[in-house]
Design a protein around this ligand. Structure first.
Ligand code: 5GP
Length: 142
């Protein structure tokens, strides 16, 4: 079953499209957190970011700043969040990779202001840092 975003890419479902090239599409989020909330989606349908091909990842990397520049120019927003959820536990509702561009208006967290973040920071223990650096470096594949 194609994802809802693939069906949008195929124009089976309408959207408010703001950008399209052969590898990337961007359109307005149907339930925006703020004015100008845009979704940037690779044409390649993958559930998780780490599953994207190098080509698709590069295309998203090129398009995301370009579309963001247009969103902030169009809305006048001075701040914004880029959000990319992976997995239901991380609030991913649509299992097709997508980046949210969410303009942030003011300091508040009320409706229409943009993304509110409940960031409960911990402390990095030196032993954890040492272990993580070693393990992550071991798994990096270039
Ligand atoms: P997620 O929680 O997966 O990161 O975000 C999915 C986003 O897709 C939500 O913000 C939701 O409003 C948006 N969305 C879901 N279905 C549609 C749709 O059919 N059209 C548009 N434009 N946005 C959608």
């Amino acid at each position: 079953m194609p994802s809802i975003f693939t069906r949008i890419i195929l124009r089976e479902i309408p959207c408010h499209e703001v950008y399209r090239d052969s590898q990337v599409i961007a359109f307005l989020d149907i339930s925006p957190l703020s004015l100008g909330h845009v979704l940037v989606v690779p044409v390649e349908e993958r559930e998780f970011l780490h599953e994207l091909s190098e080509e698709s990842a590069a295309a998203i990397g090129r398009a995301l700043p370009r579309i963001t520049r247009a969103v902030i120019a169009a809305t006048g927003a001075k701040s914004y969040n880029i959000l990319q959820n992976n997995g239901a536990a991380a609030h991913q509702a649509v299992p097709h990779v997508h980046f949210h561009i969410i303009p942030k208006y003011g300091e508040g967290s009320g409706a229409g202001c943009g993304l509110g973040v409940d960031w409960k920071a911990g402390q990095l223990a030196p032993a954890d840092a040492k272990m993580l650096v070693a393990k992550i470096r071991e798994h990096i594949k270039v």
